[in-house]
Design a protein around this ligand. Structure first.
Ligand SMILES: Cc1cc2nc3c(=O)[nH]c(=O)nc-3n(C[C@H](O)[C@H](O)[C@H](O)COP(=O)(O)OP(=O)(O)OC[C@H]3O[C@@H](n4cnc5c(N)ncnc54)[C@H](O)[C@@H]3O)c2cc1C
Length: 409
């Protein structure tokens, strides 16, 4: 079998790996994108109810790639967010923290997009990009650095030589393991049940997040009279609830919804995801870099995992494309070190924030309850603090990459 030569090999064609392939491909680099799933499965992946909160930074990147315009009819804006704590959703404590778009920037606080719409549009763009060789139903079995690059061997024996390889194979990442990158990980013993419901009442663009002792419960508006829920609880309990028949599941769900949206009906089957924290101890190795969940797998409590991965993509693509234009080796240690330097602090801060928030809120300690209430009250009365928090969540702080500023690279 002859060896294929390319500029960049990306291992893993999820949303994050595919976005990187698109940006590099549309800026003249040759990319091989290797994905384990078949094209047929990727196209017809069932409607599993997963949805993402997309922040302003990610929205700008998707707009710059002409993806936003193709999904905008399926995008729901969120203009009000209510955070409450309590023993259950029907008995919230008096303190709550609310965010309103008009108080902050007069633009949506964030956007909600269903996985099925976003994934399909990205897939079609990948298929249409002439610089991307999309190899589906293939698994990377081996990777080793060779003179002038890195060689990847697939399960069918095909070998690809690239100047640099990128691990985008999600969590747990085999490509990180092969590159001998270790990770710090922590099991929360929690799982999230997620899905979509139809409801009678209008959601009025409002999102709710309840911090319950068992874990966070979020209700997020979608287009039409529909909402996505993310219900995070102890893993054994989550498995028990997931195994219920539709009628019994809906009854349990109605109790946690506590009539927030009027009568509800299931729009999708529910999915269950184990939740953990895992951080790669290094983002780069010789001729290799990690992006997305393969570099950082974080709690969904603040809806930041994909947004964080999109920021990796914005930074890494800018570095690789600029390096190529300056005639540098795109797999060179100096080039990859720039990526690691740019991303490390944002990744650590976001992971720490989600970890601490989950630990502080998912328990019944009486002292912490008072501290949480006072913090909600304090932040709630300060427009400046609220603005700072919202700016952080938008992904537009620090050294913002060009694509997130709405500019081309
Ligand atoms: C319940 C829940 C709710 C969430 N909500 C939000 C939210 O609101 N907002 C947000 O920003 N984030 C959210 N997230 C996080 C978000 O889902 C992830 O961060 C994001 O999907 C990660 O994408 P990825 O492309 O990095 O990884 P993945 O989606 O895991 O993709 C990895 C790809 O690599 C492929 N692959 C794996 N191994 C190989 C191999 N050896 N060879 C070839 N291919 C391989 C896989 O088939 C897969 O397609 C949520 C997560 C959960 C669990």
């Amino acid at each position: 079998m002859t060896q294929e030569k390319t500029n960049v090999t990306i291992i893993g064609g999820g949303i994050v790996g595919s976005l990187l392939a698109l940006i590099l491909g549309s800026n003249g680099l040759k990319v091989v994108l290797v994905e384990r799933d078949s094209l047929e499965n990727l196209n017809s992946r069932s409607y599993d109810g997963r949805s993402y909160a997309i922040n302003a930074g990610s929205q700008r990147l998707l707009a710059a790639l002409d993806i936003w315009g193709k999904i905008v009819k399926d995008v729901q804006i969120v203009s009000e967010v209510f955070l409450q704590q309590g023993v259950d959703t029907s008995h919230p404590q008096p303190f709550e923290l609310n965010f309103f778009d008009h108080e902050i920037a007069n633009s949506p606080i964030f956007y909600m997009v269903e996985d099925r719409f976003l994934r399909r549009v990205i897939l079609s763009e990948v298929t249409n990009c002439i610089n991307i060789n999309h190899l589906t139903k293939r698994i990377v079995k081996r990777q080793k650095t060779v003179d002038g690059g890195i060689e990847i061997t697939l399960n069918d024996g095909q070998s690809i030589k690239a100047e640099v390889a990128i691990g985008a194979d999600g969590f747990p990442s085999e490509s990180a393991g092969r590159a001998k990158i270790k990770n710090f990980s922590q099991n929360y013993n929690q799982s999230s049940i997620t899905g979509v419901v139809r409801h009678i009442n209008s959601h009025n663009n409002q999102a709710f997040q309840y911090f319950l002792p068992t874990g966070p419960f979020a209700i997020l508006p979608l287009t039409g009279n529909r909402s996505c829920y993310v219900w995070t609880i102890d893993t054994n309990e989550a498995k028990r609830i997931k195994a219920l028949d539709d009628m019994s599941f809906l009854e349990r769900l109605m109790k946690v919804f506590d009539n927030r949206r009027g009568k509800i009906e299931l729009d999708t089957p529910s999915s269950i995801f184990p939740i953990s924290l895992a951080l790669a101890d290094n983002l780069v190795k010789e001729k290799f870099a990690l992006i997305g969940d393969s570099a950082h797998n974080i709690h969904p409590i603040a809806g930041q995992g994909l947004n964080l991965g999109i920021r990796d993509v914005a930074c890494l693509s800018e570095i690789l494309i600029s390096a190529r234009r300056c005639g540098e080796d795109i797999g060179g240690a100096n080039v990859l070190r720039r990526y690691s330097k740019w991303r490390t602090s944002d990744i650590l801060t976001t992971a720490l924030f989600t970890d601490i928030t989950n630990k502080i809120f998912s328990n019944e300690d009486a002292f912490l309850k008072i501290v949480r209430g006072i913090s909600f009250d304090f932040i709630g009365k300060s427009t400046i603090l609220k603005k700072i928090l919202m700016k952080e969540a938008s992904g537009l702080t620090g050294d913002v990459p060009r694509l997130l500023q709405g500019k081309n690279i």
